[in-house]
Design a protein. Structure first.
Length: 259
């Protein structure tokens, strides 16, 4: 069922819509869903070796052309120009490496927001299980201090407030309850949803999971972060422009001398 449809349902109808019950899922059904949909994990960052990442920043096509230009400057008796070109390549590579490192740290911070354990209701009893084993239809038991392991529709709540600053930028905890949400709105802003990565500030609640892993709002953010390629820096753009101009002049002069 579509997520927007789930949040618009009355609390009493949520269990049936997600194939669950107030007593939670039976163990065989939970295992079947885990095998069918996979573990509750956000996309992992593919990390390259630090040395290889640093080397890539100073061995791309533009950098190689500048290295060659620096060598030619030394051969031509202009060591000052050669050192200046080498300095530009190294500084540009260091800046690019720093940007890539910051992006990796941001993704590591997202991964840290997912707890390692979660309390769920299975066959009428509360069990603590690894977060990766949480499946759609599981009934979460949320209390003060807990971090929400997956996007879940709240079905009962008492003085329940969540810190959702990661998703919405709200600096203060917000009230959440089981009242159906009317109209389409982002999952992080829906008043009847406990989104993955949020922290319970006060109260307690029970919520039925409707999205796990990459399908959660937190997973979507992580997926976008891993899929987005770093845009070239201003320095890289300017260096590329200078290299094109210098190359054009060199080719033109070489053609003129040959003629």
């Amino acid at each position: 069922m579509d997520q927007q449809q789930v949040v618009a349902l009355p609390a009493a109808a949520v269990h049936a819509a997600l194939g669950s019950a107030e007593d939670g899922l039976a163990a065989p059904e939970a295992l079947s869903r885990l095998r069918a949909r996979g573990p509750n994990e956000i996309p992992k960052l593919r990390r390259r070796n630090v040395a290889l990442r640093a080397l890539a920043q100073v061995t791309h096509v533009m950098a190689l052309l500048l290295w060659a230009a620096g060598v030619l400057a030394f051969v031509s008796g202009m060591p000052e120009l050669g050192w200046a070109i080498f300095a530009v390549v190294i500084l540009n590579g260091a800046f690019g490496f720093w940007q890539e490192h910051r992006a990796e740290r941001a993704l590591e911070a997202l991964e840290a927001l997912v707890p390692s354990r979660a309390r769920v209701v299975r066959e009428g009893h509360v069990h603590e299980i690894p977060v990766r084993e949480v499946v759609v239809g599981d009934v979460l038991v949320l209390e003060e201090g807990d971090r929400v392991p997956a996007d879940a529709r709240i079905v009962s709540a008492s003085l329940f407030r969540l810190d959702v600053s990661l998703l919405t930028g709200e600096s203060l905890p917000v009230d959440r309850d089981a009242t159906p949400c009317e109209g389409a709105r982002p999952i992080g802003e829906a008043g009847c949803v406990a989104p993955a990565g949020a922290t319970v500030a006060t109260g307690r609640a029970r919520a039925v999971v409707f999205a796990i892993g990459a399908a959660t709002e937190l997973g979507r953010i992580a997926r976008l972060a891993t899929a987005t390629r770093r845009a070239p820096s201003t320095l890289e753009v300017q260096v590329a422009r200078v290299v094109r101009v210098v190359t054009a002049i060199a080719v033109a002069m070489g053609a003129a001398v040959f003629a």
